[in-house]
Ligand binder design. Structure first.
Ligand code: NOJ
Length: 535
């Protein structure tokens, strides 16, 4: 693993990048991205300046939930390549100063994992207690009121005729939940962590890590109330007993100990889908749990200055002082931010990128963000995501998972021209890496320069965050450290931000303004965002 430059910690100071492996680069012409493809594209990532990549699951999976249903945790899925390909990727990434983070799915396995096949074979099977089994209620109905995350209308329980018990599945019936009260499950995952850490990965992104432990008595969740977050209201219940249990912190501390036993220490990044900010803040522990915890309040905010500002402000107030935030505009579960937030308008996308890079915390880009890639409308007959199957294409997650646009040629530089990719291509003529590399005014050039600026300006990386009053609720202005000001005009109007200068613009979404003096107020064009360095 590459050494950190003096005074830097890669996962705090660097910009990280999420790769959806099926869609990054296909080298064997089967329409599915693979590990060799990622290795082949490392030069792009190095040129961009990212210091770490997180790969969505690459372990063996029947793909009912596209890798999030694992059938073997210590083997690479053949569609992606082999363990040797993973080793090569880790080694080649390291040569370029890039660390590799894998996705760990500890909450559930595939129903085709040998543990579950055994568990299901008999009530007294060796692995029976590795999963969450419960008897039906007296009337034969499900053990409690928990709903399936993918479709709250359905119970999170599946009846096993042979043994007369239900098993818990918070996601699909083919994703049975593991029983994290069982010490052998914990031991098995210790070994999985070590297996990959020993191969040289830099850490794990941990899937639904807030939810691995469930209430021992499997009590009913209380109903949602009108004051709850819209997601909780959609679920119809508060996840009091199936998530955020106090005992989950023991598991996180156990993993952190393992991660810290390595040199350099490995990093734990949690998918903490916790919508109550107070509960969310506990996942950093006393510096002994997660290194980074994804905060979904930003993703769930509208692209309105006041709303975004309040989400950040709230997190800044609640996080323990030594906890380091991590921010992202999107991922494989959410529509791409250039579409969701920015309505496919490049000016807004540019402002969003300045915003993400200007916050205190590690920015995570989702593949394609660097070129402002928008969602692809995947037609109904090509839906592959189970959420899309339940709720229709636009509610599903295929639109944000389509192949990367490397160039304008047929096949988008992703696969051979004649090959039909696993999900359809988007408009690669409009957005692609090759064209944007020749254009100094492109979104790609802006993204790269923002990453470079973070590297060059210690205050932009480490400076404290302080909201500064703006001229209206459409303008979000904040200070980083003593001398850095970030101002985002999220409106159609020209605005004047008082008291920014004296100083100079270091970068603006309007590139020609770089180095322009700001002597008092900063004037911003519609949807312009800028970073100013005060004298
Ligand atoms: C969260 C993952 O990000 C998502 O893609 C997956 O479907 C669920 N967890 C279940 O593993």
């Amino acid at each position: 693993m590459p050494a950190d430059r003096a005074g830097r910690t890669w996962w705090r100071d660097g910009v990280l990048y999420q790769i959806y492996p099926r869609s990054f680069m296909d080298t064997n012409g089967d329409g599915v991205g693979d590990l060799r493809g990622i290795t082949q594209r490392l030069d792009h990532l190095q040129w961009l300046g990212v210091e770490g990549i997180w790969l969505d699951p690459i372990m063996v999976s029947p793909n009912d939930d596209w890798g999030y249903d694992v059938a073997d945790y210590v083997e690479v899925d053949p569609s992606f390549g082999t363990l040797a390909d993973a080793d090569t990727l880790i080694e080649e990434a390291s040569k370029r100063g890039i660390r590799v983070i894998l996705d760990l799915v500890p909450n559930h396995t595939s129903d085709r994992h040998p543990w579950f096949l055994d568990a299901k074979s008999a009530r007294d099977a060796r692995h029976r207690d590795w999963y969450v089994w419960a008897d039906p209620k007296a009337d034969g109905s499900v053990p409690n009121n928990w709903g399936m995350a993918f479709d709250p209308r359905r119970p999170a329980w599946t009846f096993d005729e042979a043994s007369g018990q239900y098993y818990l599945n918070q996601f699909l019936p083919s994703q049975p939940d593991l029983n994290w009260w069982n010490e052998e499950v914990r031991d098995a995952f210790d070994a999985i962590l070590r297996f990959w850490f020993d191969r040289g990965i830099a850490g794990f992104r941990i899937d639904v890590c807030h939810s691995v432990i469930k209430d021992r008595e499997l009590r009913d969740n209380p109903p949602a109330t009108p004051e709850d977050h819209w997601y909780v209201r959609m679920m119809g219940q508060r996840s009091v007993y199936n998530a955020c249990r106090p005992e989950v912190h023991d598991v996180l501390r156990r993993w952190r100990k393992i991660a810290e036993s390595y040199d350099p220490p490995r990093v734990l990044i949690g998918e903490t889908y916790v919508l109550e900010p107070e509960a969310f803040a506990t996942f950093y522990g006393a510096g002994d749990e997660l290194n980074l915890a994804f905060n979904f309040m930003l993703i769930h905010s509208q692209f309105r200055a006041a709303e975004l500002r309040d989400a950040i402000q709230h997190a800044e107030e609640l996080l323990p002082s030594d906890a380091w935030p991590v921010w992202t505009g999107g991922n494989h579960d959410n529509h791409r931010f250039p579409t969701r937030w920015c309505k496919n308008d490049p000016a807004r996308t540019r402002a969003a990128l300045v915003m993400l890079m200007g916050l205190r915390g590690t920015p995570f880009l989702y593949y394609g963000d660097e070129i402002g890639m928008v969602d692809t409308d995947v037609p109904a007959d090509r839906i592959l995501d189970p959420v899309g199957v339940f709720h229709g294409a636009r509610m599903g997650r295929d639109d944000e998972r389509t192949p990367m646009h490397w160039s304008a040629v047929a096949g988008a530089g992703f696969s051979e021209p004649a090959v039909e990719p696993w999900l359809p291509y988007g408009d690669y003529g409009a957005y692609n890496v090759a064209d944007q590399r020749h254009d100094p005014d492109s979104v790609l050039a802006l993204t790269r320069d923002l990453i470079g600026l973070r590297d060059a300006m210690p205050e932009l990386r480490n400076g404290s965050y302080r909201t500064v009053p703006g001229p209206s609720d459409d303008v979000w202005v904040w200070r980083r450290g003593e001398r850095t000001v970030v101002a985002c005009n999220l409106s159609e109007h020209v605005v004047e931000v008082a008291g920014v200068g004296p100083g100079a613009i270091r970068i603006s979404t309007i590139r020609a303004r770089a180095d322009e003096r700001v002597d008092g107020a900063l004037h911003l064009a519609p949807w312009e965002a800028a970073i100013v360095w005060r004298d």
